[in-house]
Ligand binder design. Structure first.
Ligand code: SF4
Ligand code: SF4
Length: 89
């Protein structure tokens, strides 16, 4: 059964893909870039460091990985993807 979100009409996710994004807290400087770019609101700040709140609405865009200048974020597409699908592609 696909999951949907009222915040994103036309988007659905299938499956539970686990921790396919991780943050190395020893590298994170708390710059907040990942939080600013994430459409899925997957991150939050805790004790001045980014942490993953939930990947349930991750859209597999890899923007968090791209904007992290400290290389603190590890990103890999889970096998088969998260099942993220949208009405527009
Ligand atoms: S972009 Fe990288 S360094 Fe900046 S808060 Fe996020 S994980 Fe930390
Ligand atoms: S891949 Fe995109 S949607 Fe997923 S956590 Fe990173 S910035 Fe957010």
């Amino acid at each position: 059964m696909a999951r949907t979100s009222d915040r994103y009409p036309g988007v659905e996710w299938i499956g539970d893909t686990g921790a396919f994004i991780t943050i190395d807290e020893n590298r994170c400087t708390g710059c907040g870039n990942c939080i600013k770019v994430c459409l899925g609101r997957c991150f939050e700040m805790e004790k001045k460091l980014a942490r993953i709140k939930s990947l349930a609405e991750c859209m597999e865009c890899a923007s968090c990985w791209y904007v992290c200048g400290e290389e603190a974020i590890s990103f890999r597409w889970p096998p088969g993807g998260t099942g993220y699908r949208s009405d527009w592609g």
